[in-house]
Design a protein around this ligand. Structure first.
Ligand SMILES: [Zn+2]
Length: 164
């Protein structure tokens, strides 16, 4: 079980786990289930590593840790075979990289071709707030392919190779 799943399970049972000066701190409204306590003890190091990890990966080590975590999650929690788990983990960090490294977009302009919106070719938003990118529907595929290539090059630089 990955640390993320264990933390979610704890939270479902009303147990908050936080990190306090490098030690796990448990807070619960009622005594936590013994099985949960045992699981937390067993996975203490993984939980500390998970909670210490930055919310947004920055360095190559952060990205590798994020990738390793997605891989564990895909293999252990979702029980995917090795090749599918690797592909899933890679796609997760690739999307995360794209979302965290937004390309600039100016209002009313397609980020793909630089053109404007018209009645027959409206601009469609893509991405997450506050980094929405606006594109024509037909420009999206080429633009997204380009973004994926940039993400893949950056991840390769961090030591994470494309698994296919
Ligand atoms: Zn366009």
């Amino acid at each position: 079980m990955s640390a993320a799943v264990l933390l979610r399970r704890a939270s479902d049972q009303g147990v908050m786990i936080t990190l306090d000066a490098g030690r796990l701190h448990l807070q619960a409204s009622a005594p936590p289930h013994l099985t949960l306590v045992a699981e937390i003890k067993e996975n203490r190091d993984a939980i500390i590593a998970h909670l210490s990890r930055k919310q947004h990966p920055e360095t190559a080590a952060d990205w590798k840790a994020a990738y390793a975590e997605k891989l564990t999650q895909a293999q252990a929690d979702d029980a995917l075979p090795s090749d599918k788990a690797t592909a899933r983990a890679y796609m997760c960090v690739e999307m995360e990289w794209i979302n965290q490294n937004p390309s600039a977009s100016s209002d009313g302009q397609c980020i793909g071709c630089g053109g404007h919106a018209s009645a027959d070719k409206p601009l469609i938003p893509f991405g997450l707030e506050p980094h929405l990118r606006w594109l024509h529907a037909r420009c999206w595929l080429d633009w997204f392919r380009g973004r994926r290539q940039v993400a893949q090059a950056a991840l390769k630089h961090c030591g994470i190779a494309k698994p296919w």
